[in-house]
Ligand binder design. Structure first.
Ligand code: ATP
Ligand code: MG
Length: 181
């Protein structure tokens, strides 16, 4: 096999899962499971902490090569706490940037980073530039609604989830264990 063919076969990708339908975070977790099966090192950084105890927090403890970190206490989205939200987002991004650029992980998942970007808690341009400077083998997945245009432009794969129906929106059926948390 020529060097060129080999290089083509292994290329760190930038993937974005966005849109208002369900499935963005779970698609990323599914990819983490797939990569873990190959013994790949995976880091999952969650930029927003929900109020549920998510099943994945315990599930990944059983996977040797997968690490999951929840960044800070989660955003509040209230005007009076904007400075604190910004501080948490910046600190989260500092960790994310270091992890992506270090090359220590084969796959880095930045869950809900799009939310921090679309709320203006972080500047999009430097984030996109850092992601583009990642080592050749590093895959990155960014999830969350309202992916900024510059990130979509830089990505190799962008999937927009569409809420054709959603049980909560349409039938007021609450979140279910194992499906949503
Ligand atoms: P999941 O974590 O289930 O893959 P997601 O990452 O695509 O969902 P988020 O935007 O992070 O979705 O929202 C998280 C929560 O909001 C989930 O519990 C999900 O079921 C719920 N949700 C997603 N889309 C909708 C919608 N269109 N209407 C109401 N609730 C929604
Ligand atoms: Mg999500």
């Amino acid at each position: 096999m020529s060097d060129a063919t080999e290089a083509c076969m292994s290329k760190g990708l930038l993937l974005v899962f966005t849109g208002d339908g369900k499935g963005k975070t779970t698609a990323a977790l599914g990819t983490a499971l797939r990569a873990a099966g190959h013994g790949m090192n995976v880091l999952i950084l969650q930029f927003i902490k929900g109020s549920w105890h998510y099943g994945e927090l315990d599930a990944v403890k059983r996977l040797e090569t997968v690490t999951l970190r929840t960044l800070g206490s989660g955003f509040t989205w209230q005007k009076e706490n904007l400075d604190e939200d910004r501080r948490l987002a910046r600190e989260g991004w500092r960790q994310a940037r270091e992890a992506v650029l270090s090359g220590r992980y084969d796959l880095v998942i930045l869950d809900e980073l799009n939310i921090a970007l679309s709320y203006g808690l972080l500047e999009t341009e430097p984030v996109v530039q850092s992601l583009q400077r990642r080592p050749e083998h590093v895959h990155v997945i960014v999830t969350g609604r309202n992916a900024p245009e510059a990130l979509v432009a830089a990505a190799d794969t962008v999937t927009e989830m569409t809420a054709v129906k959603h049980h909560f929106r349409d039938q007021k059926i609450p979140a279910q264990k194992g499906i949503e948390f």
